[in-house]
Design a protein around this ligand. Structure first.
Ligand code: HEM
Length: 426
């Protein structure tokens, strides 16, 4: 086999398959060979060039003209005619939001919509997050065991996301149900028989998102990022378009929800796999902010992101013709020895942990990163205070097969409820 530029494809590159369990379990380990020996390779199975080193990936993020983000939300596995017809029947038209918008449209829109992400604006959400975290822990603290994903970490970030966007309370449950289908539709490889069911769910999600948006337009002064966008649209209709608002109403839920839920599950798993570190954190919660950063570096919830090459160029000495599709494996960059010393070591005091690329980098860097950090910090504060004695249960971790969004589907932990700190010091 040959690359599109005519070079032979190595055996490892030919085997690369991000839908395999090896990639799901540990993406940076799965591409260690590439990071060390063949940092940019063409994957014939995926039809993408795969980039694995820190400096190369940063160079790609830095230039969003040569490396367009327009394919970031494209379906990585093209669906068949039947599924496409189903999507069309719902009028599905998910289009540019922010994350996949090119210049010159992107920057003015990003700037117009940035204010709700300032630290002051985010502080208003903190009491809600804390209250949710406390009440969910209350429900299971006397049980001695819990699946933290099912019983807490999946739901709270979704609720926070819906509040942040400004979704009315009565529509939350329906939107909750639909959101997972979008991940499989975009980054997964559903089997042909699953594709149609996924398409129906995504189509329903799209239509429902449209209805909720219409409702928001009736009350544009209500709090919420979507209502903020609706107000901005009145001032700058060419910057904040209808298509943007409808697409963001759907994509925004996923951007804010699954990323954060998965990031927290990955973090708790990683911490409990290092009981010594967990104990240190419980003894000194002041370490939590940097520990969050190190968890997001070491075991982030976005494993890889995408770009489209718009003109013939080179990265790391490799020719990439216009039209090349790139899978930039940010989780591999985060384990690059050239940037992080002893990169595989989990070190919550690492001083450059926040150099990680899990939130992307440059003009499209995650706008919600401080909301995500705040949620994760609050969850860890509550866990270290109330469940310092929890440990991981025996289990095998499973992941929804896809290239990008990554977190265990379940996270079982156990503890002795008789030893709960609040029993000892009521
Ligand atoms: C963009 C990751 C949480 C909103 C992105 C990008 C990544 C990412 C990789 C693309 C960056 C790039 O192209 O350079 C994450 C992770 C999260 C998280 C790992 C949690 C741990 C959130 C939350 C929100 C959010 C809570 C809240 C609404 C956005 C938006 C963009 C974005 C609006 C598009 C920014 C732009 O293109 O200008 N995120 N995200 N994200 N994220 Fe997040």
């Amino acid at each position: 086999e040959r690359t599109p530029t005519g070079c032979p494809v190595s055996a490892r590159a030919a085997e690369f398959d991000p839908f395999e369990d090896g990639y799901q379990q540990d993406p940076p380990e799965y591409v260690r060979w590439a990071r060390e020996k063949e940092p940019i390779f063409f994957s014939p199975k995926l039809g993408y060039w795969v980039i694995t080193r820190y400096d190369d990936i940063k160079a790609v993020f830095r230039d969003n003209i040569t490396f367009s983000p327009s394919n970031a939300l494209e379906k990585i596995t093209p669906t068949g005619d039947e599924a496409n017809a189903v999507l069309a029947s719902y009028g599905f038209a998910l289009n540019r939001t922010l994350v996949n918008e090119d210049e010159p449209a992107h920057m003015p829109r990003r700037r117009a919509l940035m204010d709700p992400f300032t630290p002051e604006a985010l502080r208003h959400h903190e009491p809600m997050v804390r209250e949710l975290a406390r009440s969910y822990v209350d429900r299971f603290i006397d049980d001695g065991r819990a699946d933290l994903v099912d019983q807490m970490l999946w739901e709270i970030p979704l609720t926070v996301a819906l509040h942040f966007l400004g979704v009315p309370e009565e529509d939350m449950d329906t939107l909750r149900k639909y959101s997972i289908a979008h991940t499989v539709n975009t980054w997964g490889r559903p089997k042909p028989e699953e594709q149609v069911a996924v398409a129906h769910a995504v189509g329903n999600f799209w239509q429902y998102a449209g209805k909720v948006l219409e409702k928001m337009r009736q009350d544009p002064d209500a709090p919420g990022w979507m209502q903020y966008g609706i107000r901005k649209q009145k001032l700058h209709p060419e910057v904040v378009t209808d298509s943007y608002l409808h697409s963001m109403m759907m994509a925004g839920i996923v951007a804010a929800h699954e990323t954060t839920a998965n990031a927290t599950a990955n973090a708790v798993k990683l911490l409990l796999q290092h009981p010594q570190v967990w104990q240190e954190l419980c003894e000194d919660p002041g370490l939590i902010p940097n520990a969050v950063e190190e968890c997001v570096r070491h075991n982030g919830s976005v494993a890889a992101w995408r770009r489209l090459v718009t003109r013939d160029t080179q990265v790391g000495g490799v020719d990439l013709p216009a039209g090349s599709r790139l899978l930039i494996v940010t989780s591999s960059a985060n384990h690059d020895e050239a940037h992080f010393s002893d990169a595989d070591l989990f070190d919550i005091r690492r001083d450059n942990a926040s150099d990680h690329l899990t939130f992307g980098y440059g003009s499209h860097q995650c706008m919600g990163k401080n909301l995500a950090r705040m949620e994760m910090q609050i969850f860890l504060e509550e866990f270290t205070r109330r469940l310092p004695h929890m440990r991981l249960s025996e289990q095998r971790f499973s992941y929804v097969p896809n290239t990008s969004f990554r977190g265990p589907e379940h996270l079982w932990v156990e503890w002795d409820p008789a030893a709960n700190p609040e029993r000892r010091n009521p």
